[in-house]
Design a protein around this ligand. Structure first.
Ligand code: MG
Length: 388
């Protein structure tokens, strides 16, 4: 078990090549931070060494950029993902053309968890007796299930089940899902590649996560389970335990976008420019200064009223942030509990793949709507649309 520099966390990480691949194109990261940690899983694609390079480059750049970033953790995380994207994109030349990687990153900052997600690697939260999925796959089959063109069962065995619709290295502007949620003492988080979540049922994930207290042993057991099912893909798992209650950070947690991933630059603009309160404070300061200049004989009154208004504004911001944090809920994705496997509206399990992949899909299985060209990420030199 790995204990963090803070007494808040304990974690375990393991990555494994699986039983059917000759090279591991997954990568995992644990980075201690003064108030928590940065954890990430990347699942590279692009043929032989390219996928391995993409995944490791993404995680190296992510950690370096996050550490060197400025501002609040959500903005630093979004910028670090953008930097990781550009690093992969710029290295995708020569034999590495077309490489890319998924990324699921978790920043724990005191009592806040920030999830950044691109692709079909997943994050889960075990809280009490429920296992909540925190990410929605950015995959072609997941989108078709959402649109009602495929059933979940069809998606599990579809020939394009491994095609991701969003990845680092695809274009200069990466689309990202980023949101935060408050953590509680006793929470356990799992980050994993589809070599785990696409092979092991959520009931089995739950059984290991709820039954094995040591995170190192838990990740070992998860990987053993996936290998026991044939180990068709590289497997990576990170388990993080929240050992102590902590205070929430001062910044407001980003909300989960209901319409899927957003371009990072738009997301950052929204977070930085979405504060009418900032403009209100600036206008107030301007009016106070103008009042002091124009009516110097009333400066005591103007100063007192102005300071009072600014104080009210600052207190209002704090109250608003607290209210917003208290309203932060778990995403409306599927959750599993042993008593009752609940599937919420809009939830889907696309990408779940019990055992070996079927090679018997026929043309009849193809959905009516073709896959849009600009959403495809082709990763094999032969134009195969699968990571297999
Ligand atoms: Mg994979």
């Amino acid at each position: 078990m790995r204990r963090s520099a803070t007494p808040l966390l304990a974690s375990g990480l393991l990555t494994d090549v699986g039983r059917q691949r000759s090279i591991n194109q997954d990568a995992g990261l644990i980075l201690d931070l003064p108030r928590g940690g940065l954890f990430a899983v990347a699942d590279g694609m692009g043929g032989h060494a390219a996928g391995e390079l993409a995944a490791n480059l993404a995680l190296d750049t992510l950690s370096t950029s996050f550490l060197n970033g400025r501002g609040a953790a959500p903005e630093r995380l979004a910028e670090a993902v953008q930097e990781a994207n550009l690093a992969v994109l710029r290295s995708a030349v020569g034999e590495y053309v077309g490489m890319g990687t998924t990324l699921v990153a978790l920043v724990i900052d005191r009592a806040a968890a920030l999830i950044a997600h691109v692709g079909d690697s997943r994050a889960y939260l075990l809280r009490g007796t429920e296992l909540h999925r925190l990410t929605e796959d950015h995959s072609w089959v997941a989108e078709q299930v959402r649109l009602g063109h495929l059933t979940e069962e069809e998606a599990r065995t579809h020939q394009w089940r491994s095609v991701v619709s969003n990845a680092l290295g695809g274009e200069e502007r990466v689309r990202l899902e980023l949101y935060g949620l408050p953590l509680r003492q006793g929470d356990r988080l799992l980050l994993c590649s589809d070599g785990l979540s696409g092979v092991i049922e959520e009931a089995d994930l739950y059984a290991v996560l709820s039954g094995q207290p040591d995170p190192d042993v838990a990740v070992r057991q998860l990987i053993d389970l996936s290998n026991a099912e044939g180990g068709p893909d590289n497997i990576t798992a990170i388990v993080v335990d929240i050992g102590q209650a902590a205070r929430m950070p001062a910044y407001p947690l980003p909300s989960r976008q209901s319409d899927g991933p957003t371009y990072v630059d738009m997301l950052l603009n929204e977070r930085r420019g979405n504060s009418p309160v900032t403009y209100l404070a600036l206008v107030l300061v301007y009016v106070i200064l103008m009042g002091l200049v124009l009516y110097p004989q009333q400066r005591t009154l103007i100063g007192a009223v102005g300071l009072g208004l600014l104080l009210i504004l600052l207190v209002g911001i704090q109250v608003w942030n607290r209210l917003k944090r208290s309203r932060s809920a778990l995403p409306g994705l599927s959750s599993y509990s042993p008593q009752n496997a609940v599937t919420l509206p809009g939830a889907q399990n696309a990408g779940t793949l019990p055992g070996e992949r079927s090679a018997t899909d026929s043309e009849d299985d193809l959905p009516e709507t073709p896959m849009p060209e600009d959403r495809q990420i082709r990763i094999s030199p032969a134009g195969n649309t699968s990571r297999d």
